[in-house]
Each structure stands twice: as structure tokens, then as C-alpha cells.
Design a protein around this ligand. Sequence first.
Ligand SMILES: Cc1ncc(COP(=O)(O)O)c(C=O)c1O
Length: 458
Amino acid sequence: MEMGISDQPEYPPSAANGDNHHISKKPKLAFITESEIRQEFAHHDPTVSRLNNGSFGSCPASIIAAQKRWQLQFLRQPDDFFLNRLQPQIAHSRSIIKDLINADHVDEVSIVDNATTAAAIVLQYVGWAFAEGRFQKGDAVVMLHCAFQAVKKSIEAYVTRAGGSVIVVHLPFPVNSNEEIIAEFRKGLAKGKANDKKVRLAIIDHITSMPCVVIPARELVKICREEGVEQVFVDAAHAMGSIHVDVKEIDADFYVSNLHKWFFCPPSVAFLYIRKSPISSDVHHPVVSREYGNGLAIESAWIGTRDYSSQLVIPEVVEFVNRFEGGMEGIRRRNHDKVIEMGGMLARSWGTILGSPADMCPSMVMVGLPPRLKVLSDEDAIGLRSHLRDEFGIEVPVHFQFPRDGMLEEMEGLITGFVRISHQVYNCVDDYIRLEKAVNQLVRDGITCKTLNVVFRV
Ligand SMILES: Cc1ncc(COP(=O)(O)O)c(C=O)c1O
């Protein structure tokens, strides 16, 4: 049978002696079974069809157990743990990540809490460049209109108040091809460079959150280089475990991905890759500790007393994904294929469309909702999402999409609502059938978001 996590030594020998060879040499006798997968996620609420892995990810029981073991190691003998064990183990996790993402050097990899923290690190650095006069007032930061809210707020907090301007690139949606995105992006860069200004930073999502689309990040980074954009930050919060990640191929200056969304880590842990360059020593963690000035990776590995266990389970997570046929690559491929199949099934049943072609979807896909539900505002989308949760036991994000060049009065009959469905290893076809039936029932009963809002407000 498959070797369980509990059969592993508490401290992998590689962590103790600095050896980077983390790939298990144990003979693989069998892949994880369906019933073992069910056990791994038995802590999920059985009454809920969980179609939203994208927001918070999921963590299997064996990793939760591994995390608890690390927490107990600390609590047993905190001084010894902090003085002798914590830093080598974080370094070991970093070296595993370095190999997984094809970075050149472990110094390029910092472990931080999440993508929000990484954005603050990058934008704080850009803010200083404005404040210290290396960037001129009015120089621009370029971002997509659907950049994550925390990233927009970081721009506001660090860049706008230091005199930077912001150029917003509109992501076309529904979208049919990378070329549509590239064309909009080029327009944004041209705007940023007008009147002799410079684009100091481009922020490119690798997978946008809402609506969800895989962005041609490699092509956009290349365009940034050609157009003289000073630095590029790829916000790939959803990437690790759901699309191929190769930081050398992408060639950005900064690249962040969460590991708790699609890589089975407990909340919360992310890596921030910073390509080695003269500027990298001037990038700092916003939480300043005694390690200030020792490089971001070391600064990030000590931000005061706290629970670091989510950063320590990376070796166990690699063991976990290797229990699946094809490892992470196999999981990714099957999730993608299944979510496209389920999205297609829903769109056919509802008479709608997918928001983008299959090759622009990760392990999530946007599926158009029937226009008769009348999702006509963000509030409608929130109301419908709550209704699906409360009345049908379905967790799925709902998105309101203003029609392209549309007018409010012209929205009748157009697809203005989309659900973002995810597929992760624990999902089954019944989860999607429940959603299909729920939406069809709402339509059959003549329910619209307006009716829901009335009920909602009472
Ligand atoms: C594109 C993008 N950036 C950043 C984040 C923030 O991630 P976190 O809350 O883990 O910091 C998210 C979360 O969904 C996201 O989708």
C-alpha cells in the first residue's frame, strides 16, 4: 500500500543536513484510491457542494496532521525549535519550491503568507522609488481593470500617494483569444508612455480572479520588455497547482503564487520569486524584524513569533501530490479537463456559453447563467450566490458582467451573470448536477435576482 504521511520521519534527513534531494525514492506501489481521497477531505461539510476551490483552496487531512506535528514540535521545546530547527526547514521548503518553479537560485525564493503580502512587498518597493525621487511624479503603474482588490488597494496605499499614476487596462470578457487581451494591453502601455512618462511597473495577473481567465503572461512580459517597462510583477495567486509555472519562461521581475489555493497547503503560504538583480536587495518585507537588511527571503522567514507550520509542510505536500497518477501535472490536467466538461454540460443545459475557450481556463471556468435570472448588478450576483448557498447547499462565486459597450437598458436577454466553477480532486459530478438543477429550478419558478433581493432585504 501507499506509504502514509505518518510513516515518514519527523524531520526529513534532507532538512537536517541541507540536502536538497526531496523527491521520494520510495517505490510507488499504488496510486491514491477514491476512498482515500474521500478520507483526505472528510472534514469538508458534507451538505455543501463545494465548487469554489479557487477562493480558499483545500487542505487534505494528512497535511493537516503533518502541520499539527510541526506545531507540536514547537510547543514541546520552543527555544530549541526556533534556534535550531525552524530556519533549516524553511530553507528546505524554499529549495523544493525553487526546483518546482525552475528558479535559478534559492535566494530568489521567499516564502510569505499570501499574495496580498507579496503585493504589499512589491508596491512598497515601488512607492519608495517614487518617494525617493528615482521615479518621477506621473510615471505610471499599469494594471488590469480586474486586478485583485488587495492589489488595487496596495497601489493606492503605496504608489498613488507617492505621486505615481495608474493606467487601467480593460480585460475583454467574454474573451475568445489571447490576441484580444494583448491588443488592449498594448493600448494601456501606449497611454502610460504618453507625454514622455515612463511605465515603472506593469502588474499582470497570470489567472484573473473574477472573471477568471488565464492571461498570456509570458507574451505580455515580453511586450513590456520591448516597450521599456521598468519592472513586471506577475500576480499568479491561483497558478501553482492549476497551471504550469516556470518563472524563467515567464521572465518577470516578481512572481507570486499562493500555495494554499491549488497546491494543498494549509492557509496560508505563498512564494514570492524575485529575479536576481541589483534591485532585489532593496525589496523588503513590510513587517520589519531583526532580519531587516538580510535579503527578503531571510526577512520573510522571521517576522516575529508566530506559527510558521504552514511553511514547513511543503515536503509533505509534495509527497501527497505524488500519490496521484502523474503527480501535480496529472492532477492539473484532470482538473482542467473535468471543469471544462462540467462547464460545457452546464452551458448546454442553461442554453448559455463559457466565458473563454478551454485553453484560457485553468481548473476553473466561467459559465454563463440564463439571462432570465436577470443578474444586473454586483448586488444581484451577491444575492444569487447567497441564495444558492442557503437554499441549495452550493458554494459558487457569481459574477456580474457589464455587457461590452452595453447600456443598462440593453441588458435584457444578454448573458450578464456567470458562475465561476472550480474542480479539485474531491469534486464529483453530483456537485455540478446540483448546480445545474438549482439554476434550472429558479428559472422554471420565474425567480429573478430582483425577487431574491426583495426576499433578501425583508
Ligand atoms: C489574482 C489574485 N490576487 C491576489 C489574491 C489574494 O490572495 P490571498 O487572499 O491569498 O492573499 C487573490 C485571491 O483570490 C487573487 O485571485
